[in-house]
Design a protein around this ligand. Sequence first.
Ligand SMILES: *[C@@H]1O[C@H](CO)[C@@H](O)[C@H](O)[C@H]1NC(C)=O
Ligand SMILES: *[C@@H]1O[C@H](CO)[C@@H](O)[C@H](O)[C@H]1NC(C)=O
Ligand SMILES: *[C@@H]1O[C@H](CO)[C@@H](O)[C@H](O)[C@H]1NC(C)=O
Ligand SMILES: CC(=O)N[C@H]1CO[C@H](CO)[C@@H](O)[C@@H]1O
Length: 491
Amino acid sequence: MKGISFRIGLCSLIAVIASANEVNHRTSYLRNLKKGGGGGSGGGNSLPDCTAGQLSKSCGAHKNQAVCGTCNLVCNGDYCVEPVVTSSPTASPTNAITEAPTASPITNAPTSTSSPTVCSTDSYCGNDVATTYGPLICDSSNIVYKRLMNFTYVHDGQEYEMINLYGPEDPSQAAALVIAAPHGGSLKPNFMVNRTEDDSNYCPNGCRILKDSYTREIATKIKDRVIANYCKAPYLIVNELHREKMDANRARDEATFNDPVGIEAWTKFHEFINYAQGLVQDQFGTITNDVGKVGSRGLFFDVHGYAGYDWHVDGGKFIQWGYRLSKDSLDTDPITGHCPIDEDLTDSSTRGSLTHARKLPNESLECLVRGPKSLGQRFNEQLPITSDSLCGAGLPSFDHRDPKAIAKDTTYCTNDSDDNCHYYSGGYDVEVHERMDWENILGNHMNAAQAEFPRCVRFATSTVHDEVANKISISLCSFMHDLFGPSANTC
Ligand SMILES: *[C@@H]1O[C@H](CO)[C@@H](O)[C@H](O)[C@H]1NC(C)=O
Ligand SMILES: *[C@@H]1O[C@H](CO)[C@@H](O)[C@H](O)[C@H]1NC(C)=O
Ligand SMILES: *[C@@H]1O[C@H](CO)[C@@H](O)[C@H](O)[C@H]1NC(C)=O
Ligand SMILES: CC(=O)N[C@H]1CO[C@H](CO)[C@@H](O)[C@@H]1O
C-alpha cells in the first residue's frame, strides 16, 4: 500500500488509508452514505467530482476558508489543489485499545471512487484512535459512599428531602466526574406552587412539567458502575422535586415560578453541583489549554430523558448527546453547515460546551462531539444493548453526525421534517456549570455534556438500566482517560 503514489487525488484513496482501527467507523459511515443519511448539495449519489482546480466552496468548503472540505485536497487561494505528500499520510495509529473491541476483519476495503461530500469529519477525525479504558479489577469495598449534603425542608413538622448531594466520604477516592439528575424527582409538596405549561409570566414560550422518568435511577446506576468498574466514586446531585414543582434545568424564574421554597431548592441544587466540582478541582487540579484558559480536570454530566414520539411511534431510539450545539451548528451540509464545527469559532467563542477541551493540544470540537473519540461513538462501539440495534445509538456520534440530516431520513423520523423531529442540544445546567463561577458564567472551565436517554432505555428492565449504566461509565471514563491522560487518574 505504501507503494501507491500519493500524488493522485486523495479522494480515491480515502478507503485505502483506513487502518484496522477505523474500519468499524468507516463502514458505518459508508452505510450512512448509502442510506442517503447525509444529504448534501449534490443529493443522492451524484456527489460532485473532487478534482483539483475547483473552487474550494464547490469542493465542500464553505465561506471560502482554507480547507477543501471533504475533498481531501488542500486550498491554494480559492482553489483546491492536490497536496504534495512526501510520506505516508497516516502513521499507523498505535493500537492503544486495552479492551479489545469485537474485531471486524478487513475482508474487503471499500473501493469508493468518489469521496463523501457530506462532512469532513472523516478526514478531520477519521484517524483518531479512541482508547477504551475498560473496567479494572479492583476492590471498591473500602469506599464509603454517602450523602454529603442535603436540602430538607420542614413544613408542619414533616420533613421534605428536596435536594441531595452524594459522594465519597474521602475526596481522594473520587472520580473526576459530577453527575446530575435534574428531572427525575417525584416529590410534590402541596404547599409549593404548581408550575404550569402555559404561564404567560414565567414561560411565554411554554414550560415543561413532565418528569424524565427513570433518569434518577439511571444516574444512580451510572454512579454505581463507575464505583464498581474503577473503584473511584463520582459525585451525584439529585433533585427529588417533581418538575411540576421545580425544574432544576431552567433559569431561576422559569424554574421556580418564584415560589420561595422552590427558589431555595433550586439554589441548593446548583450550589451542590458547584461544590462537587470544587472538590473535583481540588483533587485533580487544573490544566491550561492552548488559548490560556484554565480548566478543571473533570467532567460534568447531566442526565435527561425524552419521549421521542415525534421521531417514532414507539419513541426515538437515539441517545441525544447535548453540547449546546443546535442542529444548525451540527449541520454537515457543505454550503449551509459547519464541518468541522470549529471552523467558524473564534478563540473567544463560547458556542457549545467542551469549551476547554476543544482547545487542548490535538483536540477539536468536531472530533470531541462526533469523532471516534466522542461520547456518542464510544457508546456506539458497545452496542447493541437490547435486541434493537438502534436503541442507544448516539446523536451526534461518528456513526450519526447530523441531527438535521437524520431527522429528514424516514428510517429514523416518522415525519420527514427536521422541524418535527426534535434534537435536544443541552440546557441550563450544561451552560452554567461549564464554569466554576456558575452564577456569572465565569471562572475556571469544566467540560460539560448532557445525555437525553430514549424511552427504549428508560422504560426497559432494570437489567437494561444496569447494562446501559455500565457502558456509559466506560464511555465517560474512557473519554476522560484520553482527554486528560492516564496519569490524571480521573477514573
Ligand atoms: C397544586 O395542584 C394540586 C392538584 O394537582 C392541588 O391539590 C394543589 O392544591 C395545588 N397547589 C397549589 C399551591 O395551587
Ligand atoms: C499531537 O499530535 C502530534 C502528531 O500526531 C504528536 O506528535 C504530538 O505529540 C501530539 N501532542 C500532544 C500534546 O499529544
Ligand atoms: C409533520 O411535521 C410538520 C412540522 O412539525 C407538521 O406541520 C405536520 O403536521 C406533521 N405531519 C404529520 C403527518 O404528523
Ligand atoms: C434527612 C437528613 O439527612 N437531613 C439532614 C439534612 O441536613 C441537615 C443539616 O443541614 C441535617 O440536620 C439533617 O439531619
